[in-house]
Design a protein around this ligand. Structure first.
Ligand SMILES: Cc1cc2nc3c(=O)[nH]c(=O)nc-3n(C[C@H](O)[C@H](O)[C@H](O)COP(=O)(O)OP(=O)(O)OC[C@H]3O[C@@H](n4cnc5c(N)ncnc54)[C@H](O)[C@@H]3O)c2cc1C
Ligand SMILES: NC(=O)c1ccc[n+]([C@@H]2O[C@H](COP(=O)([O-])OP(=O)(O)OC[C@H]3O[C@@H](n4cnc5c(N)ncnc54)[C@H](O)[C@@H]3O)[C@@H](O)[C@H]2O)c1
Length: 460
């Protein structure tokens, strides 16, 4: 039997797992990093998620800019517009390979890597596929999530793409069915539609995304100008002579049939816990397979922490990184004060589609459900000076403030640079009182889009 190697810190997962590994390295701990995809160090974000997809979205934005110049008195001959799809994809893949190689070099120099799938074979005891055994004082599980494929009859035989497959394309599809109108559906749907693919998005609800209702309404209306939207659930997929067909049940007893060259499935994520044999070490998962953690990101095992997509609490890179630092710090300190608890109250997110969406805090529906005493205010881009200058795009910012306390409960922005604009509100919400006066006191540059937020707060 091989000898078990012991480390002070053991991390499973080469994505946001690198955050805990980084902070452990800063503390001069011995660190083992175990990950099953050595060619994809950096994980989903670097290789199959945030970075490559936003690189593609940037090309879509470039096309949009060119198409919109006439309204600023600049005329280009759109007949000369040529999309080098293979070039766009190759550039994205080259940048991705560079990022992953850089991350791998760092891992190999800063810690002890094990490039293998791993599973628990005992209490805090891990085994790689080739039989190497690893244990540690503190363990971190950051094994992420993968595309969840819903039970659609015939889908496997018909063939479909996930977010990973799409990144390998060389040829642009002429038409595409996107199953799921969430983050991935509308970001990749935007990319393909802007480049000229005929896109159909199938979503159970007639409004896309899981945002504040007003945001969903405007987003769906605007996105619907680019793509065909079909309300219902994909139930069955088949091959046709020309491509693929999906049958959709709309919930009212009707069904539609949609045909396209290809299918992209974007219906959520499934935590990677099944193959870890967590029962061997006493770590519990919930009904979705997500690891259960307390507010300090500790699992049911006192020395094992979990964070990132595998705990399923807001599957974002920035969230995973924040959790990773906190989990590591908590593991080195038995002091379980409230300020060491992970807070998602001011955890923002953005959807990089068109229009762009960003939000932090509660939606109006959540405020109502919680019985909050609050007021709402909305300001449109077209109502501020810079908004007019940039062409009065459809979009607005919406603020929810608690009466009496003036505490910011939530803010939602849909329109250009939403992801940038939300940060002023995120900072204000991170103060102890989350008091709106912080933003009101700030002087906002005129004319800039930041006045959308400044004026919104002034008027609320
Ligand atoms: C298409 C797409 C676009 C996205 N865009 C954004 C965005 O714009 N902004 C944003 O904030 N978030 C975005 N996200 C979400 C973001 O990518 C994730 O929240 C984040 O990458 C999660 O990090 P993680 O470390 O939890 O998981 P991962 O990065 O998936 O890392 C998990 C690691 O564990 C390894 N692993 C799994 N099981 C085992 C095992 N048994 N043994 C060994 N290793 C194992 C995996 O190979 C992987 O390296 C996007 C996601 C997708 C899919
Ligand atoms: N910008 C970002 O931060 C970003 C971008 C992409 C992905 N992500 C992360 O990745 C996660 C996964 O993204 P996603 O888009 O796959 O999931 P999602 O949860 O955002 O959306 C999935 C959508 O698919 C729909 N759906 C489910 N079953 C269906 C069926 N049979 N037919 C039709 N529609 C169906 C759901 O109702 C939902 O609207 C996100 O939740 C997010 O955490 C983040």
């Amino acid at each position: 039997m091989t000898e078990t190697q012991h480390f002070e810190v053991v991390v499973i997962g080469g994505g946001s797992g690198l955050t805990a590994a980084y902070f452990a390295g800063q503390d001069n701990r011995s660190v083992a990093l175990i990950t099953d995809r050595p060619e994809a160090i950096g994980g989903t974000c670097v290789n199959f998620g945030c970075i490559p997809t936003k690189t593609l979205v940037q090309s879509a934005r470039a096309v949009d800019v060119i198409r919109s110049t006439a309204s600023f008195g600049v005329h280009v001959d759109l007949r000369t517009l040529r999309i080098d799809f293979a070039g766009i994809m190759n550039n994205m893949r080259a940048a991705r390979a560079d990022n992953a190689a850089g991350a791998r070099r760092w891992v190999e120099s800063a810690m002890t890597p094990f490039f293998s799938p791993v599973r628990f074979v005992g209490d805090k005891l891990l085994e790689t596929e080739d039989g190497r055994r690893i244990t540690g004082d503190k363990l971190f599980i950051a094994s992420g999530a993968r595309a969840a494929i819903p039970p659609i009859d015939g889908l496997a035989d018909t063939g479909y793409w996930t977010n990973e497959d799409v990144l390998e394309l060389i040829e642009q599809p002429a038409s595409l069915i996107v199953i799921g109108g969430g983050y991935i559906g509308v970001e990749l749907g935007y990319f393909f539609a802007a480049l000229g693919t005929e896109v159909t998005v199938i979503n159970p609800d007639d409004k896309l995304l899981a945002e504040d209702d007003d945001v969903r309404e405007l987003f769906t209306r605007e996105f619907g100008k680019r793509a065909r939207l079909v309300t219902g659930r994909a139930k069955r997929a088949t091959r046709t002579d020309a491509g693929k067909r999906v049958e959709v049940a709309d919930g009212a007893g009707h069904s539609h049939s949609i045909e396209a060259e290809q299918i992209l499935v974007a219906t959520g994520r499934q935590p990677n816990t099944q193959s870890l044999n967590l029962a061997a070490t006493g770590v519990q998962v919930d009904e979705r397979g997500a690891i259960q953690v307390d507010a300090h990101l500790r699992t049911d095992h006192a020395d094992i922490y979990a964070y990132g997509d595998v705990i399923g609490q807001g599957m974002f890179k920035h969230t995973s990184s924040a959790e990773g630092e906190l989990a590591y710090r908590n593991s080195q300190n038995d002091d379980h004060r409230a300020d060491r608890a992970m807070s998602y109250r001011a955890n923002p997110h953005a959807v990089f589609s068109d229009p762009e969406v960003a939000a932090v805090g509660l939606t109006e529906a959540e405020c109502d459900k919680q019985g909050q005493d609050y007021r709402v205010s909305t300001l449109h881009y077209a109502d501020i000076a810079k908004g007019k200058i940039v062409g009065a795009p459809a979009g607005f910012a919406k603020l929810l403030i608690e009466n009496d306390s003036e505490r910011i409960l939530g803010c939602h922005i849909v329109g250009p640079d939403a992801a940038l604009l939300i940060h002023e509100v995120v900072v204000a919400m991170n103060t102890t009182a989350a008091d709106a006066s912080l933003v009101r006191r700030a002087i906002h540059i005129h004319p800039s889009l930041s006045e959308l937020v400044g004026t919104l707060f002034d008027q609320t």
